[in-house]
Design a protein around this ligand. Sequence first.
Ligand code: PLP
Length: 400
Amino acid sequence: MNSIASRAKNVSPSLTLEITAKAKKMQEEGINVISFGAGEPDFNTPDYIINAAKTALDKGITKYTPASGTVSVRKAICKKLKVDNDLDYEPVQIVVSNGAKHALHNAFMAILDPGEEVIIPSPYWLTYPEIVKLCDGVPVYVSTKPENHFKMTAAELKAAITPKTKALILNNPSNPTGVVYNKEDIIELAKVLEQTSIYIIADEIYEKLIYDGSEAYSIAQYSPKLKEQTIVVNGVSKTYSMTGWRIGYTASNAAVAKAIANIQSHCTSNPNSMAQYATVEALSSPEGLVFLDKMKSTFDRRRKYISGRLDSMNPLTYVMPSGAFYVMVGIKGLYGKKIGNITINTAMDVAAAMLEFANCAVIPCESFGADDYIRLSYAISDEDIKTGMDNISEFLKKFN
Ligand code: PLP
């Protein structure tokens, strides 16, 4: 029989599949399972964007577009980058892809040679190492500490750099920690990176979901040199609740953009034509700000509610997130304890026990580089959050 490529064999299977499958089975049996796994806003895409897509269809915008995306959408992205991030890009520096995930894949395809290292602060979004490996790179993890709010320090970054380092992934705000590097934090990292030629893959997909009044600061803003080194990755998935539309993009120096566009032209031709049309509207209409304000204040309220509940849930711990829509919960205090037939030794055990005894599906963070944590998403309804937190509170009382 023909064998499978080692590239494909090296992709890690999802640890959460088992939990998801079991949760689904319980739901089919009529059990009210609360899923804290959501990775997308629980809001509909705003009507003004949906109407733009309808207009696109009526206008016959149903054909191939330029590989990098239409000039209109790339111009709208340039305007967004100027207004929101004070970054000057020309349309030729933008490549629009099928979601930010695809933009990340394109970026690594364009810059990595076999064996080159990519620094990934840990905990990390589980897709990063897999994309790096698929592109023949080597992930190099930098462990961050809860006492530093899971932020990588300049010293930790410096210590991880080797002659083989090609890139750093800087996900701000971060999935799964919800950490936000503020301007001062970024400047400290920027000072180290400016002495190198390392690419910075700045994944800013959650940039609009920052609470506590702070503002996103892109590392590309620091200096013209760092802007040259940075590949900004962003998209409309989280900001406008458009996860299914599959529109993301990179903004980079022109040479990298050209390489990415060439790769994309042979892999997917171009992103979806009507979704590009709707994205112009998403980015340009003032209605976007109204939608975003509402979504953000909802997430903020839930964030405060969940953290308030966690405060009284010994022995669970957490670091207050200031961005995205996740909270990472430390479960180490449960190790060695027993509930039903399950003795807790891992985050996966906690997830299995929470499903069985609290009817809550949570994400164990082993594959996010955070062995002793689970992740709760608050992109689910207020009602579900309340029921879920009540259930978890009762669950904790059942340990012996
Ligand atoms: N980057 C991070 C950190 C994410 O959490 C996600 C989605 O969960 C993405 C990128 C992918 O976004 P998209 O849906 O646009 O591919």
